[in-house]
Ligand binder design. Structure first.
Ligand code: NAP
Length: 294
């Protein structure tokens, strides 16, 4: 869709876009996406579309309406939505998850902006280098990925595409970690290992630990103990995709021993900015979105 197309469509009635999930009431997306549309004077409403699984097909079908720009997709539909779409972007297909739907020329396109959103977030936290082609390089880093679910899958493909030195996947369910490792290895030349017991984790210098488990959302629990974290070098960066609570037990433990940390708000911001660009073909007003979010 061109910017002209967006303008033409909104001249008749406000456009609609929203987040599809179950639950969605807690989502921060309306806050910063609405601010972005308003700032660029694109008459669009960003809505909460609470959608139980048995209503997903109907909800996706509604996006063919002429006023619909598309949608964000969240738990638990990021995987099950794929067969309902007309075209899937290659990165989203590889990850096996879609978090952004674009309604363009009467087709529904599926994208994954979580993966590049994470890499943009890490760059914002001073990790990696921006290359001439606009991509961020994480050359020289070892990524320790905690988790092997949907978010971890995006992170694994995003991190390896950004050129990390090696990937270590730690997950409670070992088979799931191994299966992700095998898939990643098909498109990545570097070493990939998988394990389920963190006591066997070998700390490497220049490590980025990424928590992509849901452990830490409730209560003082962490995928790594203080002792396990303490084995990592002082230049280790700990990123927790969880942003609510804003300081998980993992991050508090890491800070206590002097490691640099960040929570998942920056990833949320960047995945949202990339989605905004896909819907509108205009650069997202990042400062406006950030101010609305933080
Ligand atoms: P998911 O597909 O359900 O995966 C959950 C992961 O957490 C799995 O690896 C699972 O391990 C692990 N896990 C769950 N409970 C555990 C426990 N008690 N002990 C050890 N491991 C446990 O969920 P997801 O979609 O990947 O989301 C994961 C987290 O990322 C959520 O907190 C989500 O909010 C966050 N997220 C943030 C952003 C952002 O923009 N900041 C974007 C996406 C996701 P098993 O395989 O062993 O079950």
């Amino acid at each position: 869709m061109s910017p002209d197309d967006v303008l033409q469509r909104q001249s008749t009635s406000p456009l609609r876009v929203g987040i599809i999930g179950d639950p969605v009431a807690h989502s921060f997306s309306p806050r910063f996406q609405q601010a972005a549309f308003d700032a660029l004077h694109i008459a669009t409403r960003y809505e909460l579309w609470h959608t139980p699984a048995d209503q997903l097909a109907e909800r996706v079908q509604s996006l063919y309406g002429k006023d619909y720009l598309g949608a964000n997709v969240t738990i638990p539909h990021k995987v099950s939505v794929l067969p309902l779409l007309d075209k899937i972007d290659p990165l989203a297909a590889r990850i096996g998850a879609v978090n952004t739907i674009v309604h363009r020329n009467a087709f529904l396109y599926g994208y994954n902006t979580d993966a590049p959103g994470l890499i943009h977030a890490l760059y914002e936290h001073s990790l990696g280098e921006l290359q001439a082609n606009g991509q961020v390089s994480l050359k020289g880093y070892t990524a320790v990925l905690l988790g092997a679910g949907g978010a971890a899958r995006g992170a694994a493909f995003g991190l390896t595409a950004a050129g990390i030195e090696r990937l270590i996947i730690l997950n409670r369910n070992l088979e799931r970690a191994q299966s992700l490792a095998t898939e990643v290895q098909q498109v990545y030349d570097g070493p990939v290992s998988s394990l389920s017991d963190p006591t066997f984790l070998l700390p490497h210098p220049a490590s980025i630990i990424v928590n992509a488990t849901s452990l830490g959302m409730h209560g003082d629990v962490s995928p790594l103990s203080a002792e396990q974290l303490a084995r990592f070098a002082s230049d280790t960066f700990v990123y927790d995709m969880i942003y609510n609570p804003c300081q998980t037990y993992l991050l508090r433990q890491a800070q206590a021993i002097g490691l640099r940390t960040a929570n998942g708000l920056s990833m949320l911001l960047h995945q949202g900015a990339l989605a905004f660009k896909l819907w509108t073909e205009q650069d997202a007003p990042l400062a406006v979105m950030r101010a609305a979010l933080f």
